[in-house]
Design a protein around this ligand. Structure first.
Ligand code: SAM
Ligand code: DTB
Ligand code: SF4
Length: 325
């Protein structure tokens, strides 16, 4: 097996550990756009199938009423306009997962608006994970912060990935969220790794943070040892009623640069073009794929916000010669 082929199957085992400083990533952000995209595309081709894009479908299994005050989130009880709902029934989750698989998704991600799950919640979530896995889909959940022993229970249920985002730079975190500290997120990420579950961890851009803060977020992610297998880059979807409802929109080229710097600093990771796609043109999305994004959320809803219809994505993939993976 060549080194490149080996990296495709076991990225973390073959990529030498690198330490990225925020300054080094700021320097990448500052490159001329064409130079940055050329470098990102080189790294992308050395490590991944150039025209393959992985499809994950999201389902909110427990919506609204969350105790946390994340300034971007519609599901916070403190400011969101989304109504609290009960945890979904197993049959409804399985029906949604089956529909996602029929449409071509390979991973099914279940999200809950919790600070963290109670042990009794995990009984029902474990059943959901087992049932989704039995359909032949990869499983992912995002349930908030975990307590001792909970990651092991999720692993035993058949969980492949746990999504838990750093969301923004350490220095900006306290301006967006006050009900927990970013350090607590690292505790959960450590428990997930220890339990042998793959890590999905990324952040949000477009919340009024500086370029340096975007670089600092990517440095935190890239310096995780090993880096996350999956890195969702969300563009803020300004949700009504939230403190960030009127955040000034990010320059679209700056979003593309963020994807490119994520690709260069995390060569073996899947970089997911995540929230905010519905508001993006086809041309902007194409630039994100050129910059190294190789995964998307697929299906007409994220958790509470909209996402492009599957038909629009199929048409875009056909126009670009991309294949779903
Ligand atoms: N409660 C869990 C948690 O916070 O980890 C799981 C659900 S939470 C909604 C998952 C992630 O969705 C957040 O970490 C954030 O990155 C993203 N997110 C939430 N609202 C968003 C928005 N309006 N725009 C972009 N991303 C958003
Ligand atoms: C992630 O990084 N983005 C997804 C998933 N992980 C859970 C969530 C995006 C949420 C967008 C806003 C909403 O739908 O409410
Ligand atoms: Fe709750 Fe997660 Fe939304 Fe924060 S991002 S308010 S923890 S659902």
């Amino acid at each position: 097996m060549t080194a490149t082929a080996a990296r495709r199957t076991a990225p973390t085992a073959f990529v030498p550990a690198l330490h990225w400083t925020t300054e080094a990533l700021v320097a990448l952000f500052e490159l001329p756009f064409n130079d940055l995209l050329f470098r990102a595309q080189q790294v992308h081709r050395q490590n991944h199938e150039p025209n393959a894009v992985q499809l994950s479908t999201l389902l909110s299994i427990k919506t609204g009423g969350c105790s946390e005050d994340c300034g971007y989130c519609s599901q916070s009880a403190r400011h969101g306009e989304v109504q609290r709902e009960a945890l979904l029934e197993l049959d409804d989750v399985v029906a949604a997962a089956r529909a996602a698989k029929d449409k071509g998704a390979t991973r099914f991600c279940m999200g809950a608006a919790w600070r963290g799950p109670k042990d009794k919640d995990l009984d029902r979530v474990s059943d959901m994970i087992g049932a989704v896995k039995a359909l032949g889909l990869e499983t992912c959940v995002t349930l908030g912060m975990l307590k001792d022993g909970q990651a092991e229970r999720l692993k035993a249920a058949g969980l492949d990935y746990y999504n838990h985002n750093l969301d923004t730079a350490p220095e900006f975190y306290g301006q967006v969220i006050t009900t927990h500290a970013q350090s607590e997120r690292f505790d959960t990420l450590g428990q997930v790794r220890e339990a042998g579950i793959k890590v999905c961890c990324g952040g949000i851009v477009g919340m009024g943070e500086t370029r340096r803060a975007r670089a600092a977020l990517l440095a935190e992610l890239a310096n995780m040892s090993p880096p996350p297998e999956s890195v969702p880059i969300n563009q803020l979807v300004p949700m009504p009623g939230t403190p960030l409802e009127n955040a000034p929109p990010l320059d679209p080229f700056e979003f593309v640069r963020t994807i490119a710097v994520a690709r260069i600093s995390m060569p073996g990771s899947m970089v997911r073009l995540s929230a905010g796609r519905q508001e993006m043109s086809d041309e902007l999305q194409a630039l994100c794929f050129l910059a190294g994004a190789n995964s998307i959320f697929y299906g007409d809803k994220l958790l509470t916000a909209g996402n492009p219809e599957a038909d629009r994505d199929e048409a875009l993939f056909a126009r670009l010669g991309l294949k779903a993976a």
